[in-house]
Ligand binder design. Structure first.
Ligand SMILES: NC(=O)c1ccc[n+]([C@@H]2O[C@H](COP(=O)([O-])OP(=O)(O)OC[C@H]3O[C@@H](n4cnc5c(N)ncnc54)[C@H](OP(=O)(O)O)[C@@H]3O)[C@@H](O)[C@H]2O)c1
Length: 328
């Protein structure tokens, strides 16, 4: 049992981490703003504050002794500048970061923890959030070293699972639940690496116990777009058919990869490089992976209860119009 302060913890990955800590009987405090409702009332202590401007209650909580601080919500330096000076006796600090910080080198043979990162001052709009994350990593490395607090930076790949509010896997889940002919633009062999948030959470809790420090990649096993789409469609329990129109057809008809059809990365996309993350260090330290079909089945059950369609996704009538054209 450990005393753990989670900076965040109420939405998706943080929520899974808190659930995991609770199963270990940890004494948990969540510091968050209260915009997302916490499912842990009565189980964990809650301190409501914006971390960028801590209230006196938050300042007092930060100054308490903690076996570990797990930071799921640091997105930029402003999230750290107000918090770090208030910390007292902290056993270790875990930053949830992202594999997005790696440089996208074409033909890269797998991203290890030593692979080059993007410049911390890069202005590329798509990578702006990764740039900010990298600045957080660097800041924590400097500041925590001077405070002699061990730091673990967990760089996560694409995470899926219950409570995933992003518009990525949810597209395929929702599309499958709606049934009928589904336009699939991805080539069968497009690589994907998806890690279940429950596996991330179990790993983070194990890593704390093992006193792991430094940088660690936490990503899923490599799979393909074909396997993912087939798994989602098979488990949806609806009458649904994949229409594999191919990348060229989809691109010439102006369908936007990733935004209109999430998880589609055209062969020319530099982001493909992020689908070959080497997780040897994490696996040696205890990362295990659920079967994709089990993750998908659970995510489908969750999606079936929320049933949300994003305005950014490929419109159903346009999809059916394109499919009529494709069928000729
Ligand atoms: N999803 C992926 O595939 C993926 C991949 C790589 C990395 N990541 C990283 O994973 C991390 C975890 O994300 P998550 O949303 O799942 O975590 P989470 O801990 O479940 O949710 C985010 C938490 O942060 C709190 N928060 C946000 N801004 C705050 C502020 N200024 N002050 C205090 N609390 C604040 C939110 O609550 P309130 O809004 O109520 O304050 C919420 O509790 C993120 O850092 C993300 O970059 C995700």
């Amino acid at each position: 049992m450990s005393r753990i302060l989670v900076l965040g913890g109420t939405r998706f990955i943080g929520r899974h981490i808190v659930e995991q800590c609770i199963t270990h009987d940890d004494d948990i405090t969540l510091l968050y703003r209260g915009r997302s409702p916490s499912p842990f009332s009565g189980i964990a202590r809650h301190v409501l504050s914006d971390r960028r401007a801590p209230t006196s209650e938050a300042a007092a909580a930060l100054a308490e002794p903690w076996d570990a601080v797990i930071d799921t919500s640091a997105q930029d330096l402003e999230d750290l500048r107000a918090v770090l000076p208030l910390l007292g006796d902290v056993g270790r600090y875990v930053l949830i970061s992202s594999c997005g910080v790696y440089r996208r080198d074409p033909g890269s043979n797998g991203l290890t923890e030593r692979s080059p990162t993007i410049p911390a001052d890069a202005a590329h709009p798509v990578r702006a959030s990764a740039t900010r994350k990298l600045r957080c990593e660097r800041y924590l490395e400097r500041r925590l070293a001077s405070m002699a607090v061990p730091l673990l930076i967990a760089r996560l790949g694409l995470v899926i699972g219950r409570h995933d509010d992003s518009e990525r896997l949810a597209y395929w889940l929702e599309r499958a639940l709606r049934g009928g002919d589904v336009l699939v633009p991805m080539p069968d062999h497009q690589p994907l690496q998806l890690v279940d948030a429950a596996d991330v959470a179990r790993f983070i809790r194990t890593a704390i116990e093992q006193q792991l420090t430094g940088i660690v990649n936490v990503a899923g096993p490599t799979t393909t777009a074909r396997v993912l789409v087939d798994t989602v469609l098979t488990h949806a329990g609806r009458s649904v058919t994949a229409c594999r129109v191919g990348e060229e057809f989809a691109l010439t008809h102006g369908i936007r990869p990733w935004t209109e059809i999430p998880l589609w990365l055209p062969a020319s996309s530099p982001e493909i490089a992020l689908m070959s993350v080497n997780t040897t260090r994490a696996v040696r330290a205890g990362l295990t992976h659920r079967l994709l079909k089990d993750s998908i089945a659970e995510a489908l059950t969750w999606q079936a209860l929320r049933r949300r369609w994003s305005q950014r996704w490929l419109d159903r009538s346009r999809e059916q119009h394109l499919l009529r054209e494709w069928h000729g």
